[in-house]
Design a protein around this ligand. Sequence first.
Ligand SMILES: Nc1ncnc2c1ncn2[C@@H]1O[C@H](COP(=O)(O)OP(=O)(O)OP(=O)(O)O)[C@@H](O)[C@H]1O
Length: 267
Amino acid sequence: MTVEQDENANSVVNIKGLSLTFETNDGPVHALSDIDLTINQGDFVSFIGPSGCGKTTLLRAVADLEQPTGGELWVNGVSAREARLNRDYGYVFQAPALYPWRTIAGNISLPLEVMGIPKSERQERIARNMELVNLSGFDRKYPWQLSGGMQQRASIARALSFDPELLLMDEPFGALDEIVRDHLNEQLLRLWDKTDKTVLFVTHSIPEAVFLSSKIVVMSPRPGRIYDVIDCNLPRDRGLDIRETPEFLEIAHRVREGLKEGHSYDD
Ligand SMILES: Nc1ncnc2c1ncn2[C@@H]1O[C@H](COP(=O)(O)OP(=O)(O)OP(=O)(O)O)[C@@H](O)[C@H]1O
């Protein structure tokens, strides 16, 4: 198979007619159907939709952790499997998932050790990524010595440690209180601006999606489909106060309407 390189020269994720059905003891579960989506280099794309609409499944398919049952999926111009083997992405889960017996530096170091990166280069990369997430000086601490927000920043540093092009984030701030979440949103935006990574971000929060994204994908359930794709052209150096502006509120309104219309409310 070949990717249509001309059409998609700038695309990092390319999805065409993708469907994914889980076979279960109770019969098939149609998690995703007819997904078409192109994500370009440097995009920050949020996925929002009601519980069970397939956001996590879509992210996991991009990461080659679930296998589509139909359609095409390309990551960096190759199959999801090849992209995984090339370590083209870092994955951040809802819970920080740090090893408690390793220090913060030790946790960030782990993927680099698995890759066989020499110690001096590992140390340099650990320091650089800890600085990126504002954790410099905490390298010898253990996860349980840090707050939830700091642990999640450490998880982001770990996902970035091998400098992947793509960052896949599944509700990374969902379990944190609103003040911490606001702060982390600002930091993530700065990080995105500095590194120009392509980010796929799952969230349930409309303000979070609008604040962070260059593109918002609104999904609807049973089976999971894309209901709307909204371009967000807010200034790149935005601060939290942008949430009071008419431009922000207008995009938030469109997301809310999409969620309402796409949801069948039959349960
Ligand atoms: N391994 C699996 N086996 C069977 N069904 C699954 C499996 N994983 C997910 N599903 C089902 O697929 C559908 C989509 O699930 P998914 O977790 O992707 O939704 P989501 O939008 O991320 O939900 P939430 O917002 O609650 O995290 C759901 O109906 C879920 O029950």
